[in-house]
Design a protein around this ligand. Structure first.
Ligand code: FES
Length: 180
């Protein structure tokens, strides 16, 4: 009679291992902050893990890791998502923007300037996600009302409770970015 170990050994041929591996990995092409990346990734790898551990973009933060805090917010094809809830494989063929993509040509984004100048940053942990959400708010509402800002950031938790200054900074940045 074949023991469990023997049966396992018999099924673990190199061809079997390769076939098993191919079902657990996927080749993806993702454009992150304007740069195209091609990688073989595990099918259960999250976009958050891909950004931090594969591309070493550590600006995107891991908080709750279950879609509650918003610390991991990035823009996926321009829409804010909790990257801890998105698989890297789901980003195949898409564009991602992280906080590292905000500054251009050595100049901070107006949102980054406003957050820094108006004291909207305390411990800073929520700020990358907050900034990416703010980009999406201004994209949708170029001159956002207080209500639109508060609604927009309701999925981003700030443990320092600096919401008033954050909302003010978003409003000031929107005004600075307004063409008129
Ligand atoms: Fe993704 Fe909290 S780490 S929502």
């Amino acid at each position: 009679m074949m023991t469990y170990e023997k049966a396992h050994e018999a099924s673990s041929t190199p061809a079997h291992e390769a076939a098993l591996k191919s079902t657990h990995e996927r080749y993806i092409t993702v454009t992150v902050n304007g740069e195209e990346h091609r990688r073989m990734v595990a099918t259960n790898l999250t976009l958050l893990e891909f950004l931090r551990d594969e591309l070493f973009l550590k600006g995107t933060k891991e908080g709750c890791n279950e879609g509650e805090c918003g610390a991991c917010t990035v823009l996926l094809d321009g829409r804010p998502v909790n990257s801890c809830l998105v698989l890297a494989a789901e980003a195949d063929g898409k564009t991602v923007m992280t906080v590292e993509g905000l500054a251009q040509n050595g100049r901070l984004h107006p949102l980054q300037e406003a957050f820094a100048e108006l004291g909207a940053v305390q411990c800073g942990y929520c700020i990358p996600g907050m900034l990416m959400t703010a980009v999406a708010i201004i994209e949708r509402h170029p001159t956002p009302t207080d209500a639109e800002i508060h609604k927009g950031i309701e999925g981003n938790l700030c443990r320092c409770a600096g919401y008033a200054r954050i909302a003010h900074a978003i409003k000031v940045a929107a005004e600075a970015m307004s063409p008129s």
